[in-house]
Design a protein around this ligand. Structure first.
Ligand SMILES: Cc1cc2nc3c(=O)[nH]c(=O)nc-3n(C[C@H](O)[C@H](O)[C@H](O)COP(=O)(O)OP(=O)(O)OC[C@H]3O[C@@H](n4cnc5c(N)ncnc54)[C@H](O)[C@@H]3O)c2cc1C
Length: 818
């Protein structure tokens, strides 16, 4: 075999007298043909001569070198097998959940009783059967649906519609797709929805004793450069990978042995071989058309952490390999001669390429000059592959594999690219551009993103592709993106949009048309099926709202079909200033209106005995962090009057309440004089002036007398405004037949722990009333790192018994940066 000989040979080229043994291998290898044969014959000779004269250290050295050469020959194969085994192990852990969810969601089985899908508790099951027999009503069968995991690969022009909630400056012109609640079906039985939600399949980790800790990101809050978003499970995979690589570098290799003749290290090739094996892997983990992503069901964005780790390991191995050789040649005094050799020149080319990639990937450069980083990355990879292929022939198959992976990715990207006409709308107050592409209406899943090129931008920007999360639901009238002006490109886009005419006379809003290239969809929620959960919490910071919007719109539009299991969505949006939120108020209002229309219709229908699907209530909480007490929150005031689904909450501090704000013990309503609800007892029904009819309020206040403990709690809460504000929402009466969709606005930051605790309690209570088992709470966070970290912690901090009681909590993080 010529190739390993060449590798060994490369060690010999620069060698001094100390390379005698390897030189022997080379020479005899050249004569006999294969390295293996050579090693075998060398080893046999060495053993024989060592036996004849054990005192000769020469033979021992030859034997050792031969073994090392054999080990080096095997290393690439063994390491590749090890890495493949690690991938298979990850797949074995990930796939049962993925496949179970995939097939569960695709199960087109007819179910006679929809209740079966909600895994009713025993009592409810018995009761349901009894009722069934008594009434002798044969309900129409339902079909399990929500086969979302099959979709989200290629964008397409689906059905045209006008249901988009994204109508700048006005309320929606939404098509009424919701079924009526008045028509009776056969035999006077109201028609039921045809579909049922997919069953919830809990992740494997939730079955482990401390499984939730696997989702923690222990280094997420560390200072740079030690910070990483990797969860404990990802860190375990990384630790196994590092251990394997270390073993590959040192097993049967005297890489760190110090000798007087050669300085440190005698196995100069091993680390080079280990680096070579990593090249296809690092490319496979970094590209968008991602084979490993396909195998593990993860988007390329979620594999970036592994791409970075493998890339750095590759660089370190490369550096050790290079330094050892330079050291060796320097000590032997042959450095000058070696620099003229092909091996040296091509090796240095490959090493320089890895240095270029690593240096330009440093966070400071990547953040400040993303496109410079990107272009140098591509140039670096090409130089690395060329250098490597010319350096040693053993590297050629690995270079070909790397090229094939890259080519596959480019083909995938081209297949996912669409040309389209877009409408750009610039919102002056928030320097945000809304991009609507009516020609692309389907082919994505809520939560996915696309890469956008705008061809009308100047020549130096029109080829740049930037990622944006899709803000609209599929099949809702077009693909909508929202781009906040964050740097050069997004500012140019904003200026391009604002160079157009006024948007139908709206002040501070401009629009124009543009040609765009859209590539995607990518990423998303992986295996998670939001339709399978009992409650949903979406947490967004700033422009992260686009991620939550698509999910919310998707669930609202699909809820009448019966495919949505969740009864509530709590969308928490944190913005710095009111202007940011104001641009989106018409959209938010439209969404809440849509949800409310169906909520009312479905609940009315159910009240009259119709077997309609349960609706989903959308509660939007907007937190304005920079709103001084002196200036009023005017977010909701700007909305058309007559909407009773909006509540603007002034914080107690704004109303001048401090300690005196605490609940008077004589106030059995638990509300202070400003009407703020001041107890977090979610089981009690609070009295909120103006929200409940006066008569009902009076009756309730008589029933629910706060205890001394509640007073103490209320007193404490009054001093902690965030908690006070949240309890206003969650401790409201939760009549299962009452519409709950609303918008709330608050000053300050949200207390995510309180929100999670409240949603958990509410879910337990709701299912307790209907005697059904809840199917989990899904939490998704998108926005700045600190917000996502807080959201993750709040989700994982929910008490264990409560997490179990709601059927488990699942968390998904989305970042606007890699
Ligand atoms: C998956 C994903 C989804 C996103 N969704 C949205 C969204 O819905 N709305 C929104 O306003 N913003 C979103 N962003 C952020 C948006 O892509 C950047 O703000 C934009 O690319 C900045 O480009 P710029 O030249 O204007 O700013 P720059 O000053 O060049 O960059 C600002 C920051 O954005 C990053 N960035 C720049 N270009 C890219 C790129 N091509 N790919 C990845 N990161 C880049 C840089 O690291 C830098 O930290 C998303 C980012 C990602 C990764």
């Amino acid at each position: 075999m010529a190739t390993p000989s060449a590798v060994v040979g490369s060690a010999v080229n620069g060698g001094s007298s100390g390379a005698t043994a390897t030189g022997l291998i080379m020479n005899s290898g050249a004569a006999s043909g294969t390295l293996a044969e050579t090693i075998a014959s060398m080893a046999a000779t060495a053993v024989a001569s060592a036996a004849a004269s054990p005192s000769t250290s020469m033979n021992a050295t030859v034997l050792e070198k031969a073994q090392q050469a054999k080990r080096d020959e095997d290393t690439p194969r063994d390491l590749a097998i090890g890495l493949a085994a690690l991938l298979v192990l990850v797949m074995i852990i990930v796939h049962p959940e993925f496949l179970a969810r995939l097939f569960a969601s695709m199960r087109r089985k007819r179910v006679e009783h929809a209740e079966d899908l909600a895994r009713p508790s025993y009592v409810f099951d018995m009761q349901a059967k009894k009722n069934q027999q008594q009434q002798d009503v044969v309900a129409a069968p339902r079909v399990v649906a929500g086969g979302d995991l099959w979709t989200g690969w290629f964008l397409r022009a689906g059905k045209k519609g006008t249901t988009s909630a994204f109508r700048a400056g006005g309320s929606s012109t939404a098509v009424d797709r919701f079924p009526p609640n008045t028509e009776s079906g056969k035999n006077g039985v109201q028609p039921r929805s045809a579909l049922a939600p997919p069953p919830h399949i809990a992740p494997l980790t939730s079955r482990l004793p401390f499984g939730s800790y696997l989702d923690k990101a222990p280094f997420a809050r560390w200072a740079s450069p030690f910070t990483t978003r990797a969860s404990v499970s990802s860190l375990i995979v990384i630790a196994i990978y590092l251990a394997m690589t270390l073993v590959a570098c040192i097993y049967k290799s005297n890489v760190a042995k110090k000798t007087s003749a050669h300085g440190y290290g005698e196995d100069y090739t091993r680390t080079g071989l280990v680096a070579m094996v990593q090249v296809p892997l690092v490319i496979a983990l970094g590209v968008r058309g991602n084979i490993i992503g396909l195998a593990t069901g993860q988007g390329y964005d979620r594999l970036r952490i592994f791409h970075k780790i493998v890339g750095r390991v590759c660089f370190v191995c490369c550096a050790i390999h290079t330094i050892f050789y330079l050291n060796k040649w320097g000590k032997a005094g042959t450095l000058g001669k070696s620099t003229k050799s092909n091996v040296f020149i091509t090796g240095m080319l490959a090493f320089a390429a890895t240095c270029l990639i690593i240096i330009t990937s440093l966070p400071a450069i990547r953040r400040s000059a993303y496109y410079f980083f990107k272009i140098t990355h591509i140039i670096g990879v090409i130089l690395l592959l060329v250098g490597l292929a010319m350096h040693v022939t053993v590297a050629v198959p690995w270079v070909i594999a790397s090229g094939a992976i890259y080519l596959f990715s480019i083909i995938m990207q081209l297949m996912k690219t669409r040309f389209a006409r877009a409408e750009l709308v610039a919102f002056g107050g928030s320097t945000t551009t809304l991009i609507t592409i009516p020609g692309i209406t389907a082919g994505w899943r809520a939560g996915q993103h696309v890469r956008l090129r705008v061809l009308n931008l100047p020549y130096n920007k029109c080829a740049e592709a930037h990622p944006f999360t899709i803000a609209s639901a599929p099949d809702s009238g077009g693909l909508v993106l929202m781009a906040k002006a964050a740097g050069d490109w997004t500012s140019s886009l904003y200026h391009l949009a604002s160079s157009g005419g006024d948007n139908d006379g709206e002040v501070g809003v401009w629009k124009r048309k543009a040609h765009v290239m859209v590539e995607g969809p990518y990423g998303g929620l992986g295996h998670t099926l939001p339709t399978a959960f009992s409650s949903i919490v979406l947490i967004a910071g700033g422009s992260g709202i686009s991620h939550s919007l698509s999910l919310t719109q998707d669930l609202i539009e699909r809820s009448p079909t019966g495919v949505v299991g969740a009864r509530t969505i709590d969308l928490v949006w944190v913005v710095r200033v009111q202007q940011t939120a104001r641009a989106l108020m018409p959209t938010l209002n439209t969404l809440v209106e849509r949800a409310r229309v169906w909520e009312k219709r479905a609940l009315d229908g159910r009240r009259h005995g119709a077997d309609l699907a349960l609706p989903i209530a959308v509660r939007i909480h907007i937190f304005v962090t920079r709103c001084p007490d002196s200036s009023p929150l005017t977010l909701l005031n700007s909305q058309p009057s007559g909407r009773n689904n909006m509540h603007e909450k002034l914080s107690p501090s704004a109303s001048g309440h401090g300690r005196s704000n605490s609940v008077d013990s004589s106030d059995s309503h638990g509300s202070d004089e400003s009407g703020q609800y001041t107890t977090d007892d979610h089981w009690a029904l609070p009295v909120m002036p103006g929200v409940l009819p006066a008569r009902l309020s009076a009756r309730l206040s008589g029933i629910f007398q706060p205890t001394a403990a509640q007073h103490t709690k209320a007193d404490w809460l009054a001093k902690n405004p965030d908690n006070v504000r949240l309890t206003q929402v969650y401790s409201r009466p939760t009549d299962p037949l009452e519409a709950m969709s609303e918008i709330f606005a608050y000053r300050g930051r949200p207390d995510l722990n309180a929100i999670m605790a409240s949603v958990t309690d509410e879910t337990i209570s709701r299912h307790g009333r209907t005697l059904t088992d809840p199917t989990g709470i899904f939490v998704s966070a998108c926005g700045p790192e600190f917000l996502v970290n807080d959201a993750r912690d709040a989700t994982l901090d929910v008490k264990r018994w409560k997490r179990n009681a709601v059927g488990g909590t699942e968390f998904s993080a989305e970042f606007f940066g890699f």
